[in-house]
Each structure stands twice: as structure tokens, then as C-alpha cells.
Design a binder for this molecule. Sequence first.
Ligand code: SAH
Length: 248
Amino acid sequence: MDIPRIFAVREANHRIHNPVTAEKLAVLGQALHLEPGTTALDLASGSGEMLCTWARDHGLSGTGVDLCALFTEQARARAVELGVGDQVRFVHADAAGYTTDPVDLAACVGATWIGGGVAGTVELLARSLRPGGLMLIGEVYWRRPPPDRETVEACEATSEDDWLDLPGLLTQFGDLGYDVVEMVLADQDSWDRYTAAQWFTMRTWLDQNPDDELAEQVRAELRTEPARYARNTREYLGWGIFALRQRT
Ligand code: SAH
């Protein structure tokens, strides 16, 4: 089982599969005051950059779970590269319903569909979190109201109601019984690092794989995606990582 191959083509060179830069990830790691020995579970861990760098920088240890074989391989290689291969491990598996013994930090950064949305993902992570532990959720929100149907669809929503705005999302975490204790948000520049970097990867891939079954799709995306992104996504889609603690 794996994710559709097109994602691995577009994001083969990404260390972070989200609109957050290495700098922002480091800022978040510092902001969380992680103690050495903190244990973590990261559902949909991608290429493992969060766990690997926080293992190196803060002495964290833990497990990442991801459905993409390529990203999981890259995560294992990154752990070795950063010298934290004995602290973190990466499992190639479906993270939906995945639970472990309670950890100090349970995360799902940019894949809340694995729990059927924010509420379900909070509930899923809570099953593996020790009392008083820290939860991380990465999620989209409307930075500006979408002006038309084209923008809604470009932001991968079926209707405007699929995403909240930032105050709405923060309120939702409260309604679920959690205090929001930190957040790091994407900005347009960090969106470019996620999205524009895909174009470079796709063009390089296309030059090397002109006859691949995905070549036509990639060729078409390269023609339309930059302008579509600038017109319908860059100004409208917000994204952030939110740190939550259950209310007592
Ligand atoms: N948290 C990572 C990856 C986010 S991108 C980061 O910030 O870099 C979303 C990830 O979800 C991808 O790596 C994709 O392979 C993974 N994914 C999608 N469906 C999944 C599922 N059902 N179980 C586990 N991982 C899944």
C-alpha cells in the first residue's frame, strides 16, 4: 500500500512536505521547551525532518509512521545522516487508527484526513498521549475568504466550509477541550518553499522521464500550476502547526 505516486514525484526532493521551512520547524522545536528524553509519535511523518532534527537538537526519541515508502526510506536515511538512527525509527504503514503506548508528544502535521478531520485526529492522537502531554496538529485554514468556486477547489476544499479561518480553528481546538499553547504559521514565502520547489523537482523529473505514464500529467501541471497557485492559493490558504494541551 502506498500513496498515489504523483505525490512522490512532485515532492521527491522535499525534506518537509508542508509549507513550513526548516527555520520555522526549529523555532517551533525551541518554543516547545522539549526536555531531553521526550518521547514522540508522529503520524504521517513524511521524510522525518521534524523527528530527526528535534532528536538531534533536543534529545527527543520516537516513532514516525507514513504510508509513502519513498518518504519513509528518506526519513531513515536522514536519521542516519543526522546521527540519530538509534533515537528515531520510521514505520511504513497506514497511520489511520495507529496507536502506541503513551508518549510525551503526539503529532500529526498536515494529514488530518487520517482521523477524518481535526476532531477525529485529536481524538486519535489522544489515545497515544500521556496525561499532560503535548499534541501537535498541522492544519490549513482560510487566510482570506475564498472569492469564488475556482479558489475553493484550488485549495482542495469541496466547499468553503471545509476549512475554518484562523480564529475559527483556534476556537475549535478549545471546543475540543484543549488549550492552544503555541503555534507557528506558514507565510507566503514558506508556501513558496513547499509549492514552487515542486516545480523544479517536476521539471527535472520530466526531463529524465519523458515517457513515464505520469509525464503528460506532470507536463500539464508545469504549464498551469504556477499561475493557478499565484491566483487561487497563495493568498488564500493559511497553514500552521498548533501545540495543544488538554484542559484539566
Ligand atoms: N508531516 C510530514 C508530512 C506531511 S505531508 C511533514 O510535515 O513533512 C502528508 C503525509 O501524509 C505524506 O508523507 C503522506 O505520505 C502521508 N500520508 C497520507 N495518507 C497517509 C496515511 N493514511 N497514513 C500515513 N501517512 C499518510
